[in-house]
Design a protein around this ligand. Structure first.
Ligand code: SF4
Ligand code: SF4
Length: 130
């Protein structure tokens, strides 16, 4: 039976600094592999905004990965001193999993293209393959 990761995740979250997200899907695929998910199911899912022109050649075009209820913040990997798998596989350093207080400080030093997901009480445990 999968263990409950709520306790391990108390006070933790995921910061997405999406300015340099390329939409490569590596985060999605690595998480699907982690859980052995069937096609169409995700622990983290890319969202696309644009492309469209707001006018005067001012373009909106962003990729933003969004964790789903299945994301457990890789609690078992973190407990073993490893990074979350999606964080490890992102070549653009978009994803950081850590303590909320640290992530808020990191946000303060970053740009406007950031979102912070609080996973403290919202975890559906799944059995990870690795
Ligand atoms: S967050 Fe990273 S791994 Fe995911 S699509 Fe963006 S660049 Fe690729
Ligand atoms: S932190 Fe782990 S469980 Fe959550 S989306 Fe990333 S790889 Fe999947």
């Amino acid at each position: 039976m999968a263990k409950d990761t709520k306790v391990e995740n108390a006070g933790y979250g995921m910061l997405i600094d999406y300015k340099y997200c390329t939409g490569c899907h590596s985060c999605e695929v690595s998480c699907q592999e982690r859980f052995g998910m069937p096609a169409g199911e995700f622990g983290i899912k890319l969202s696309q905004n644009g492309p469209w022109d707001h006018g005067n050649d001012n373009w909106e075009w962003n990729w933003v990965p969004i964790p789903t209820q299945k994301c457990d913040l890789c609690a078992d990997r973190r407990a073993a001193g490893k990074k979350a798998l999606c964080e490890q596989h992102c070549q653009a350093f978009v994803i950081t999993v850590g303590k909320l207080e640290d992530l808020v400080k990191q946000m303060d030093e970053g740009g406007k293209e950031q979102v912070l997901f609080n996973r403290t009480n919202d975890v559906a445990p799944l059995k990870a393959r690795y």
